[in-house]
Design a protein around this ligand. Structure first.
Ligand code: PNS
Length: 168
């Protein structure tokens, strides 16, 4: 059985991510979506919330499950017996960033990264932009699931602490 890991910050999961996971699932028997820690990002949503929202967005997708990790991605890949990491690409800028991680992960463990080109109709969607649009009062309901939209608006509400990016 082939298992692939689809890692990310998923802060929050978007419809672009869902598209990439669906495409990954068409190539592998199982896809494990890993909510992981990116040291260069401060998150809006805590890890457990990101896992909950990702699981909700992917509910009903057979052969897909969501986990979280605080450690190295390659350790999770090894523990799961996965044969590949899958990441989505929207642009050349994505490739620049992803290539460095793919090379590092292969250096650390030999794991290969498979790049999936997402639906161009979703290429404008990035978690950071979704949060920025929401923060400034724009509509995000066509870029994320209803549960994610509600969670982002809730996290950005003044009562939630002013919308600081410190979910971890
Ligand atoms: O969605 P992102 O922020 O681009 O995902 C990056 C992520 C979380 C997959 C990456 O930072 C990661 O793998 N973090 C886990 C810790 C790790 O393995 N770091 C070395 C990466 S080469």
């Amino acid at each position: 059985m082939s298992i692939a890991v689809c890692p990310g910050s998923f802060d929050p999961m978007t419809l672009g991510h869902v598209d990439v996971v669906r495409r990954a699932r068409s190539m592998f028997d199982q896809v494990v979506v890993a909510v992981a820690h990116n040291s260069s990002k401060r998150t809006l949503l805590p890890p457990a919330e990101r896992v909950r929202l990702a699981a909700d967005a992917l509910a009903g997708m057979d052969g897909v499950r969501v986990v979280t990790t605080d450690g190295l991605l390659v350790d999770l890949v090894r523990d799961l017996g996965a044969c590949a990491v899958v990441k989505g690409l929207r642009s050349g800028a994505d490739l620049d960033a992803e290539l460095a991680m793919a090379l590092m992960n292969r250096h650390l463990s030999g794991v290969e990264t498979v790049f999936v080109v997402g639906d161009p109709g979703l290429a404008h969607i990035a978690s950071s932009l979704v949060k920025d649009v929401a923060r400034h009062g724009g509509r995000i309901d066509d870029m994320v699931t209803p549960a994610v939209a509600a969670a982002v608006l809730d996290a950005l509400a003044p009562t939630a602490g002013g919308g600081g990016e410190d979910g971890r």
